[in-house]
Structures are given as C-alpha cells and as structure tokens.
Design a protein around this ligand. Structure first.
Ligand SMILES: [Zn+2]
Length: 113
C-alpha cells in the first residue's frame, strides 16, 4: 500500500461525460484531474466537483441544455425574439460565449421556461 493511500486515484472513472485520464497538478488543497469529454474536448476538473456531480462535461452539456430550452417551444414568438437578440449581440458586439450564455439565461427566465 502506498503511504498516501488517502489520495484517491480516479483514473479511468467516468463522471457524466468526462472520463478521467490522469492526475493534474495539485493546487493548494485541491486535487485536479485531466478529463476527456465525450465530445472530444479535454478539460481539467477539481476532484471535489467531479465527485459531487457539479462537473460533468467540458461545458458542452450546459450549451446543449441551453439550446434545448429554446427548442422546447418550437415556434413561440418569444423564442424567435430570444434567438434574434442573441444573434444581434453576437454580431454587433463580438460577444463571448459566456456573454451570449448569460443573455440566453436571462431571456429564458423571462420566458418562464
Ligand atoms: Zn464536451
């Protein structure tokens, strides 16, 4: 048995869409792991976030869930407005993904979805 048997080895474990490839650099008290996402991206995740289920993808899951919220009501006028506004932001202000995401979230809440 290794001396530091308290340290978990998550290599090969699956958490949502992520498969743990290898241990990443330790940062302070936190262990980090390199993970491969099902979509093909790789990401680093904190051990605690993986194990409690808050880190389940490279970020693609959040994007898909957001997209789904806006396709649920097919042709509703509010969805069209939301998409139009998102496009306007994207084109007009060179917004980052995060900014578009925030806008979509706000619109989604207003829409009561
Ligand atoms: Zn992904």
């Amino acid at each position: 048995m290794p001396q530091n048997s308290k340290r978990l080895d998550l290599t090969g474990q699956r958490y949502g869409r992520l498969t743990v490839i290898r241990r990443a650099e330790q940062r302070g008290q936190n262990s980090y792991w390199f993970c491969q996402c099902d979509c093909g991206n790789t990401t680093e995740a904190q051990q605690g976030s993986l194990r409690n289920g808050t880190h389940k993808s490279c970020g693609c899951l959040t994007r898909e869930l957001t997209a789904k919220r806006f396709t649920k009501h097919g042709h509703s006028p509010s969805r069209k407005a939301a998409v139009r506004q998102a496009n306007t932001i994207a084109i007009g202000q060179c917004a980052s993904d995060a900014q578009i995401q925030r806008t979509l979230d706000t619109l989604s809440m207003a829409d009561g979805v």
